[in-house]
Design a protein around this ligand. Sequence first.
Ligand SMILES: *Cc1c(COP(=O)(O)O)cnc(C)c1O
Length: 382
Amino acid sequence: MPYKVPFVNYPLQYSILKKEIDEKIQSLLLKGDLYLRDDTIQFERNFAKYIGSRFGISTNSCTDSLFLSLYAAGINEGDEVITVSHTYIATIASIVHNRATPVLIDVGQDYNMNVELLEDAITSRTKAIIPVHLNGRCCNMDKIMKIAKNHGLAVIEDAAQAVGAKFMGKTAGSFGLTGCFSFYPAKILGCYGDGGFITTDDEVLADRLYLLRDNGEKARYLMKDPEEAKDKKIYCFGFNSVLDNIQAGILNVKLKYLNKWIERRREIAKIYHEGLSEIEEIQLPPPPSNNSPYYDVFQNYVIRLKERDKLAIFLERNGIETMISWKTPNHLQKALKLDHFKLPETEKISKEVISLPIYPELTNEQVEYVISTIKKFKKECL
Ligand SMILES: *Cc1c(COP(=O)(O)O)cnc(C)c1O
C-alpha cells in the first residue's frame, strides 16, 4: 500500500517542474552539451553567488567535495582531523582516504558538534576541523572559526544538509576554507542522480580544485589564454569528480525555487512545532524564528523520544514513512574500527531520534495527519 505520507516524493516535485525540466534536458541532449558546458559554468557562478563565496567548483558529490577539499588543503598521513561521529559516513571517509586520522567528538543537544569539547581534542598533529551542519542547522561557526584561527587549523564545512542555512546572517559553506555541498536527490537542492559542490574564497585553492576534479586538466572555460588549449597540458594527478552538465542544467532550473522551498520547509516546521509542543515526552527542534542567530532550513525534522522504536512502528502502520539517522553510530560500526571513541551523547541520540517527513510539496493536511497520529500514539502508548 502506498504511504499516506511518504518520506520523500520525487515524482511529485518532477510533475510540478516537468515542463521546464523536460525542455532543459532535451535542449542539452540536442546540442550535445554533456560535459563542462554552459550550464556548468552558469551553475558554478550562480551557486557560489547564492552561498556568498568568490569561487564555486561543481563536483560529482559531497563525498568527493570533502575528500578533494582535504586533499587540496594538504592533509596527509599522520595528520589529525576533528569531526563528529553523528554524521553521514562520507564525512569520516574523506579523512581516512587522505590517510589522515579522524578524531571524533561528541555532539550537543542540537545534534551538531559540541564546541565545548573542541579545544580538548586538538593536539600538535591536528590540521583541520570538519564541522557538519546537520539537519539544516548551522554549527556555532563563530566559536569554531575562532578556535580554528587560534590553532591555525583549516575548516572544511560539511554543508550537505544545510544549503541556504545561516548563522548570524552568514551562509553555511561561506565560513571555512571550503564549504562542501550535496545535490543527492533527497537533499533540499537535489538533482536526478549524484552531484556536489565546493565553495571557497581562496583563488589558489579553487584553481587546484578545478584541476583535481578533472584528472589534472584545465577545462576550456577556465583558461585565461586561448593558446593554453593547444598543448593539452596536464597540471597534476587528479581524479574524476566532475558534475554532469545535464545535472547542472537541472540544478539551474531548480536553483530559482530554492528560497521558496526553504521558506515552505520552515513553514512546515512551524506547523509541526505548534502541533507537537504539548507532548512533553517528545523533544522538538527549535522552531524557525526571525530573532534567532540560526536560520534553519530543515533538511530533516528530527524529534527525540525514549519510545522512538515504538513510534516508528506506529507511524508505519498508519501510513507515515519515517527515517532514522543513525541507528548505529558510525564509531560503533564494527568494520570501521573506531570504537575506541566514547561518545555518550551520540550513542544516546542514536536510540532516540526519528525524522518526520518534511519537503515543500507536503500539504498542510498531510502535516496535520502526522501530528494527529503522533498525538494518538501519545494517548495510546505513552
Ligand atoms: C548527504 C551527505 C553527504 C554525502 O553527500 P553525497 O553527495 O551523497 O556524497 C555528506 N555529509 C552529509 C552530512 C550528508 O548528509
